[in-house]
Design a protein around this ligand. Structure first.
Ligand code: ADP
Ligand code: MG
Ligand code: MG
Length: 303
């Protein structure tokens, strides 16, 4: 089981003397669980997501983001040595964090012309697996490889290299995942995000997470702008991430609505750059009925 641990996390906008946005965030998310992160607009939810992923717009001024891994987290065949089970994510590049199993879906995924969904997803998967191998390579082996530069393959050969997951194998995987998400298989032949509706972009985000099989997926407002049918499809996909592949989901949402379909194991409330409450799913229902005012009152009364 993987565990993402944020402790006393402080962050501000990079190259800005302004106020900190995150003011001591404590939060733990476990693989195999759904954690809802809720809170009023501007409380720091999206910033938390971006800092986890390593977005360069933010500078961490204090605190830690740790990822704890266990043997078996990357499947039975992948050995995780004891000295590589705890990772300080703040020391790693965004792609290295992704390789360790952190997935961040974007609020508005970019449109890239001329790249099909299938190619995009296979490239992303192979890049992740390759980067992960590099992170777990032992350091002696690394040195030997560097001496071998004379035998490096040409850039042309690099281009035709199939990567760890070849075309045929990937087709099978993609089909399986699309069935799991109840998606139309024609979707895979379309160009990345070109002409996708808002709902299709969100489904695409869940499909990416299904293909990459992250330990922890951070989904920021994946429910915004969805009609009820699409909300149900996306929710079913999120449940499948947890149930079929043991992904832990940090589900950021301003509204309680999606939690009718994706029942969280834990609900966290963020206020003014801190997580001020962490409780069970009943907390989301209370927010639905009563809003956030009582939280604010309670927090500042006892402070
Ligand atoms: P939430 O997702 O909870 O609505 P955000 O994390 O997006 O909140 O923002 C928290 C606060 O930080 C807001 O006041 C927002 O204006 C500010 N903020 C976030 N990112 C930036 C940025 N890149 N530049 C300036 N202010 C920012
Ligand atoms: Mg936000
Ligand atoms: Mg410190």
């Amino acid at each position: 089981m993987a565990r993402l641990e944020l402790s006393n996390l402080h962050a501000k906008v990079a190259e800005d003397d302004g106020e900190k946005i995150l003011d001591g965030v404590d939060l733990e998310v476990y693989s195999g669980e759904i954690h809802a992160l809720m809170g009023p607009n501007g409380s720091g939810k999206s910033t938390t997501a971006k800092v986890i992923a390593g977005h360069p717009a933010y500078e961490v001024t204090d605190g830690e983001v740790l990822l704890h891994l266990e043997e078996g987290d990357f499947g039975e065949d992948f050995e995780i040595p004891e000295d590589k089970r705890t990772w300080n994510l703040l020391e790693l590049e965004p792609n290295e964090r992704a390789a360790l199993g952190i997935f961040l879906g974007f609020q508005y995924p970019a449109e890239i012309e001329g790249v099909t969904m299938t190619n995009f997803l296979r490239t992303a998967l192979n890049a992740k697996l390759e980067e992960r191998d590099e992170l777990f390579e032992d350091d002696d082996a690394d040195e030997e490889e560097e001496e071998d530069v004379g035998y490096e393959t040409s850039p042309m050969e690099g281009n035709v290299d199939e990567g760890e997951v070849g075309v045929a194998e990937f087709q099978g995987l993609l089909q399986e995942k699309m069935e799991q998400l109840d998606m139309d298989s024609k979707f895979a032949q379309r160009y990345l995000n070109a002409g996708f509706s808002g709902g299709e972009k969100k489904q695409n985000e869940v499909l990416q997470a299904a293909i990459l099989e992250p330990s922890i997926a951070v989904l920021d407002e994946i429910d915004s702008g969805l009609d009820i049918d699409r909300l149900q499809d996306v929710s079913q996909g999120i449940n499948a991430l947890r149930d079929e592949q043991g992904t832990g989901v940090l589900q950021i949402t301003h509204y309680q609505r999606i939690l009718d379909y994706v029942e969280p194991d834990k609900v966290h409330i963020m206020l003014d750059g801190q997580v001020v409450m962490s409780e069970g799913p009943e907390l989301a229902e209370k927010l639905e009925d009563e809003g956030y005012d009582w939280v604010r009152e309670q927090v500042y009364e006892t402070a």
